[in-house]
Design a protein around this ligand. Structure first.
Ligand code: NAD
Length: 421
């Protein structure tokens, strides 16, 4: 049993890595129990028993609170720091003043700056779209900045009054419409924070043979924050990735200097040379684009709030949160938490109705991250095959014609059987 290590930005993975898991609250334990068997079966099959994850439970959420009096014990953070990677079920957000969302706390404490959400369609999954198979994207959402920094001041407080006075007196701001009754939030977006996220998206696109990376922003309104995100993204591509990319910013410059045909020519040459095209789309337009022309988009890099909206909209397009995986990653330190993207689903907890696919596909992302892509492939393939049998959990059974509803545990067993076939 040993830990993952990182040397020269390279992850070294032993054959029996210690990987901590947080089962989670609500449906967490059910989906975890089902998923664990599937993951272990896939690893055993892919590597003929040579590799095996050593799972160790760590506590967070309600279970942690009951056992230790703390929602997020320090020991949990230490365990993830040591092990580098963890798998996590959903956690209840404690209600009450002064307690941070546990998910946000984990992301911030480990500086997991990229929230990575692949969105693809699995044949047979109920979807509101006519052609859901055209949706196949990976979202890189910035995870540490933007309005999520939590810098907000309530109406009527000394802080907000001081801030409003400062803005009015020192910065001659006249546009606060109702200064007496305004609350104020602050949106920090930095060059460093934006570029490390965009670099992760570009690296991912290059490694996986994608043709485009789309920067999604609201820079037409927020010129320095979200406009900065776009500009810094183009700047990064044109300097650090100059050999491998062509940006629509370069296109615009050529068009301005030498005309549109010259810009089109440069674009076609870049495409023919296999360069990665970096373009940008304004956030509100992007919500139309993903519905109307999803096939045009492959890798998306975006600020925190846009990413939040986009990932849920995209997840709904391909069958909802029961099947949408996610990861929070710091590509510099190697720390990563792979997690189900849905919540604790208290309405169905304990009833065996939960769909384990979100956690399972997140575990698949983790296996890929470890370099165990063969095992990840077996998990995805088993889900694909299981869906063709139309034996599915309640969420899918309701809207799939001819489907038989089976429990969370039974769905897990079905996947194990398929893997071992
Ligand atoms: P939710 O995701 O728990 O549930 C929304 C709806 O989706 C419910 O009808 C639920 O039954 C269904 N659903 C969710 N996951 C499902 C699955 N795997 N299979 C089948 N159906 C599923 O969202 P909510 O009700 O807004 O939040 C409940 C709790 O979860 C809150 O405490 C919230 O703070 C927390 N939460 C945690 C996370 C996380 O840990 N990452 C994310 C979102 C919400």
């Amino acid at each position: 049993m040993s830990y993952l290590t990182i040397e020269n930005q390279q992850l070294h993975v032993p054959n029996d890595p210690i990987i901590p898991f947080i089962a989670g609250d609500g449906i967490g334990p059910e989906i975890w129990e089902a998923s664990r068997k599937v993951i272990d079966a896939a690893v055993a099959k892919a590597y003929s028993g040579e590799k095996q994850i050593q799972w160790t439970e760590i506590l967070a959420g309600e279970k942690a609170f009951k056992e230790t009096g703390e929602w997020l014990p320090e020991a949990t953070l230490t365990a993830i720091k040591t092990a580098k990677v963890a798998l996590k079920g959903p956690l209840t957000t404690p209600i009450g003043g002064g307690i941070r969302s546990l998910n946000v706390a984990l992301r911030q404490d480990l500086d997991l700056f990229a929230c990575v959400r692949p969105v693809r369609y699995f044949n047979g999954v109920p979807s509101p779209l006519k052609e859901p198979e055209k949706t196949n994207m990976v979202i890189f959402r910035e995870n540490t900045e933007d309005v999520y920094a939590g810098i907000e001041f309530a109406k009527g407080t000394a802080e907000v009054n001081a801030l409003i006075s400062l803005l009015q007196e020192q910065f001659q701001v006249t546009k606060i419409r109702f200064p007496e009754t305004s609350a104020i939030g602050i949106k920090p977006i930095s060059q460093e924070g934006s570029q490390r996220l965009i670099a992760a998206a570009i690296d991912y696109a290059l490694e996986n043979g994608h043709k485009t990376v789309t920067l999604v922003h609201k820079g037409n309104i927020m010129k320095f924050t979200e406009g900065g995100f776009k500009n810094w993204g183009y700047e990064l591509a044109e300097t650090e990735y100059a050999e491998k990319t062509f940006t629509m910013n370069q296109y615009a410059t050529i068009a301005e200097k030498s005309g549109k045909p010259a810009a089109d020519e440069a674009y076609q040459q870049a495409k023919a040379a296999g360069k990665l095209i970096i373009n940008d789309v304004i956030a509100d337009n992007m919500l139309q684009q993903i519905l109307l022309y999803p096939e045009k988009y492959e890798v998306i890099a975006t600020c925190n709030l846009n990413g939040d909206y986009l990932s849920d909209a995209l997840a709904a397009q391909v069958g909802g949160i029961g099947i949408a995986p996610g990861a929070n990653i710091n590509y510099h330190t190697g720390h990563a938490i792979f997690e189900a993207t849905h919540g604790t689903a208290p309405d169905i907890a304990g009833l065996g109705k939960a769909n384990p696919c979100s956690l399972l596909l997140s575990a698949g992302m983790m296996l890929t991250y470890l370099g165990w892509g063969e095992a990840a492939h077996l998990v995805e393939q088993a889900i694909e095959k299981a869906l063709t049998t139309k034996q599915v959990t309640a969420d899918f059974a309701h809207s799939m014609t001819g489907a038989t509803e089976i429990s969370t545990a039974a769905f897990g067993e079905l996947l194990v059987t398929i893997i071992n076939e």
